[in-house]
Each structure stands twice: as C-alpha cells, then as structure tokens.
Ligand binder design. Structure first.
Ligand SMILES: [Zn+2]
Ligand SMILES: [Zn+2]
Length: 118
C-alpha cells in the first residue's frame, strides 16, 4: 500500500524535504510491525541522513523515531479508531495529556493571554 502520510508520488525526504535519493522507511519497525506498517501505508521517504545516519538517522535517533510514531498513529486514526490502532500495533504512542503541545523550542508569543496566536 502506498503511504497514507505522504502525497501520491511524493519521494522527497519527509524530515528535510531533500529531493534527491531517498529511501522508504516503515514507521513502525521490527516484527510484525514493519509488515503492518506496509499494509497500512504507514511509511515515509527519508534521505540517507535522516534514515540511517548514525546520529541524525531515525533508526539511531529515538526522538525522531518517537515523533514519526506519533505522526504515523495520528494519520492512521484519521480513518480508524484508537482501539483499532492499539489492536494492530499493541501500543498507544499518543499521550493525549500532552495533546497538541507545540514543538520543542517553540515559544508562545503571548503566554499570558487566553488564546495563543499560532
Ligand atoms: Zn532528510
Ligand atoms: Zn527505516
């Protein structure tokens, strides 16, 4: 199945947008999750650096891995329930208490007001 996260024909790096040579990465790896990722279209294209580089690559960078897990689960839940996700992958990667927390390093400009400007 093609990716449900990327646009059709999208082949540039999901992290940095690099449009050269990229590789397909299955968001949930290992057995049997890799196969289940394939079946459910939970995959993205990554450049070598964001895929297998020993520092920045998702396979060596737990933070990036976690981020992709969340993106993958969110995409899946656009057309399925959380129960289905957990039945298939055996885990919930989305902690709703942190909900739509801004990216790390993001600073709310008007912290003291009721409605933050996004
Ligand atoms: Zn990249
Ligand atoms: Zn991979």
């Amino acid at each position: 199945m093609r990716s449900i996260i990327e646009d059709k024909n999208e082949k540039s790096c999901f992290v940095c947008g690099y449009a050269g040579k990229t590789e397909e990465h299955h968001i949930f790896g290992g057995n049997p999750n890799r196969r289940l990722s394939e079946k459910n279209g939970l995959k993205v294209h990554l450049c070598y650096m964001h895929h297998k580089d020993s520092k920045a690559g998702v396979h060596f960078n737990p933070e990036l891995m976690e981020k992709l897990h969340k993106i993958g689960q969110r995409a899946f839940e656009e057309s399925h329930t959380r129960e289905e996700f957990m039945r298939i992958f055996g885990k919930n990667y989305l902690d709703d208490s942190e909900g739509e927390k801004p990216e790390e390093g993001f600073i709310w400009l008007n912290e003291d007001k009721e409605e933050p400007v996004i």
